[in-house]
Structures are given as C-alpha cells and as structure tokens.
Design a protein around this ligand. Structure first.
Ligand code: NIG
Ligand code: FE
Length: 427
C-alpha cells in the first residue's frame, strides 16, 4: 500500500494514494517543502508526488516505487527540483503613482523619514500623485507590479489603499485592487488603509478625519475590502484614534490589521491584538507585553525587512521574544514608493536572515504558512496539505535553504495557481 504520512493536530495520519481520475494533475519527482509544521524541517518530502483535483491538493507524499497512473492525466516532472507553496506577500502598497527618489536623496543627506512626513512629503507626496492619475493608469502600473510578483512565485497578494485619503480616491484604489483580482491569476486581499495619514483637507484635525473615516468612508468601501488597517504612529494616528478605526472596521465585518511600533512604541500591536487583529506589522519597537498580547490573541507578527533596510533602521524587531512566546512570524515586501521600493521577493527572505537573524526555514515559513495566517487564510493556502488550494511554486533549486541564500536571485521556474500553470520561464 502507498502512503502519505501527515501530521494533523499532532496525529500521524496515513493515507493511501487515491485512484487517479481524468482531469487530475500529478506532480512527480519533486523535493516538496510542504511547510507543514511536523518534525521534518520544512515538512520536506524527498521524491515527492502531489495530486491535484479540482484545484485543490488531493494527496501529497513520497512517490511509491513503480507508481503509474491508470488513466491519462496531465503530469509535471520535477527532476528533483523544489516545489513549495505559492508565496504570499501579505503586506504591500503596490497601487500608487509617482516615485520618491527625491526624498531618497534627501534622506541620504541626513533628513529623516519622519521629518519629511512632518513637512508634508512622504505618504502625502504619493497621495498627491495618486489623486492625479485616472483609474486606468493606476490599474496598468499596479498590474505590472503584480505581474512581477507572480513571476517570482507569489500566488497571494495583499494590497492596501491609503494613497487616496478621500472617498473617491480610496474607492478608486480599491476598485483597482478588485480588478486585479478579476484579471490576474492571483488571490488578492484588499485592505482599506484610509487611516494612513491625515490628508491636507483635515490638517490639524486628526480626530475629525478619524470620524470621517469611521462614519463615511468605511461604510462606503467595506464591500470592496477584506480588511482594515491603520498607521498607528506619532506621525500618523494615536492609539485611541487607531482603536476607533479598527472598531469601526470590525463593525463592518473587516479583518483587522495594524502598522505598529515601526518608529516608536505606542502599544498599537497589543491594542489591535485585543481587538482580534489577524496581524500587527513592522514591530521594530515592540516590547514583551506587546508580544505577550499578540501570543494570547493569536495575532501574527508581520516583519518587513525591506522597510527596516531602506529606512536604515537600527532597532531590530524582538525576534527572540516572538520565538519565546511562539508568535508566528510572517514576512512581506511592504512594497511602496517611500519606505520599501523592494522589487525582489527572494530578497525579503535573504534580508530577514541577515538583518533579523531568522533561519532560512523561518524565512520560508514567513512567506508561506505564517503569511497565510496574517491574512486569515491559513486554512486555504500557505502549506501543502490535502484540502488546500494547489497554489505552488517550482524553483531552480533542490533544497529549500537555497531560497534564502542568494542576493536578489530569481530562482522561480514555474507558478501554478489552483493546479494550473500560470507562469513558466522559457528554458
Ligand atoms: O508600511 N508605515 C507606513 N506606511 C508605509 C510607508 C508608506 C510610504 O512611505 O509611502 C510602510 O512603511
Ligand atoms: Fe506598510
């Protein structure tokens, strides 16, 4: 009998290879990093086989010696190459217009990110540029950025609004996110970040803007979004203002996320965790009480090494405390024009290892299993186990540690969404 050994809730479940039906797809001869949290590093299965039925994983395990399909089905042969879950970029701001290269030059001469923001630049300069372009242009630039992520093995992409900051422009951004979901072979999670900063129309009236977001904007955009986010920071929204935003989003049925403890400690992560947030993101200045609150409420930590690097931050997120309290750590690009214009998704892993001292296994879990949790999609994607979507990436690599090691390499060879090949490099 051929078997697939699986640990489900710590129980070893052994399932024989099922009978193949017409329409199934079979992946053979792969090193499969399932990323299931079992006793084997990376949940790795050598000489692995994976069977897809109706877009979902039906079976995964070591290929039995002499196995052959009795019916004619589509088969992919890996020649020992690595197969992982499709990557999940769980924090991006990839819909925007303009660029901030001028501010980059200013920062190199000593001006800080916070100084630039206080003088009306930073996020607000991208708001000005984004308000000026029409929806079609915004869609086209975002499509190219999403396409680039897809070619790098990303099959699920979170995208935030937050460069509109008024109802028409926030709606414009969220409609672009929805259109990407309809036109691209990607799962898109749209997050409304109307509370990214106070727009010029409300200058000096942050509380009034928060009221406007809670009472007018969130009700009008919640059908376009899956989650709500807020930038809780001295240069953006206070702890109380952030709480109001999250409570209003919760009342509209949105998942909760927060940008917290990026430049200073505000207590935002703990507050959001208590409200049931799926993730708290950035976290350079997070303290142990915040870590404990996140552990207690099942909130995932999303670390953004691109922003840490690009802002030349020196305060490393509390990795040891997150490990100690078993808070799942996700990684994301934070792709945006101001703090993380990071185009290479593989570099996210490499930076996390070198700057945050994460292990290559933690880094890969960060863009798969834990990134899925950070979006509330942990039961759908993020690991390769029967029942989940067959979102897969095939790599020009034979072991998973190879993914974190090169600097900004592009090792992705094929991308499969729901078992269908949606990108392949020509070899
Ligand atoms: O995640 N921290 C706030 N928001 C973004 C930066 C956005 C920008 O600078 O345009 C971030 O780093
Ligand atoms: Fe961000």
């Amino acid at each position: 009998m051929y078997h697939s050994p699986f640990l489900i809730e710590d129980q070893l479940v052994v399932v024989p290879v099922p009978q193949i039906l017409a329409g199934d797809t079979v992946f053979r001869d792969y090193a499969i990093a399932t990323m299931e949290p079992n006793s084997v590093p990376y949940g790795l299965i050598g000489g692995g086989m994976l069977i897809v039925r109706a877009g979902r994983i039906l079976w995964v395990g070591p290929e039995p010696c002499g196995w052959r399909s009795e019916v004619k089905v589509e088969q992919f042969f890996g020649d020992g190459r690595l197969l992982t879950p499709g990557w999940i970029d769980c924090h991006t701001h990839l819909i925007f217009a303009g660029d901030r290269s001028g501010e980059f030059a200013q920062r190199l001469s000593g001006v800080t990110y916070a100084d630039i923001a206080r003088k009306g630049g930073g996020i607000l300069s991208t708001v000005r540029a984004t308000r000026m372009v029409n929806e079609e242009e915004l869609y086209e630039s975002a499509r190219m950025r999403a396409e680039s992520r897809l070619r790098q093995g990303v099959t699920t992409l979170e995208i935030k609004s937050g460069y509109g900051l008024d109802l028409p422009n926030e709606q414009k951004m969220l409609r672009v996110a929805r259109r990407l979901a309809e036109t691209m072979p990607l799962t898109i999670v749209a997050t409304v970040l109307a509370a990214h900063t106070v727009p010029p129309e409300f200058a000096g009236r942050g509380d009034d803007y928060v009221t406007h977001v809670c009472e007018d904007m969130l009700p009008a955009v919640s059908h376009l979004a899956d989650a709500v986010d807020v930038f809780c920071e001295t240069i953006a929204f206070s702890l109380d203002q952030s709480r109001r935003i999250l409570e209003a989003g919760h009342a509209r049925g949105l998942r909760l996320k927060i940008h917290a403890e990026q430049l200073s400690l505000s207590g935002g992560a703990a507050m959001a965790a208590r409200l049931g947030a799926v993730s708290a993101d950035h976290l350079e200045y997070l303290d142990e009480s915040g870590v404990k609150a996140m552990a207690q409420h099942g909130t995932t930590a999303v670390l953004l090494p691109g922003a840490y690097y690009f802002l030349q931050e020196t305060h490393v997120p509390p990795i040891e405390l997150l490990r100690k309290h078993q808070v799942p750590i996700a990684l994301a690009s934070d792709f945006n024009p101001g703090s993380s214009p990071l185009h290479s998704h593989q570099l996210v892993l490499n930076l996390a290892c070198l700057l945050f001292r994460m292990t290559p296994e933690e880094a890969l879990a960060g863009v798969t299993r834990n990134a899925a949790r950070a979006l509330g999609l942990g039961d759908q994607v993020g690991t390769l186990r029967p029942g989940k979507w067959a979102d897969l990436a095939e790599w020009d690599a034979h072991s998973p540690a190879e993914l974190s090691y090169p600097i900004a390499a592009q090792l992705c060879r094929c991308v499969f969404r729901r078992g269908v090949c949606v990108h392949a490099v020509s070899v």
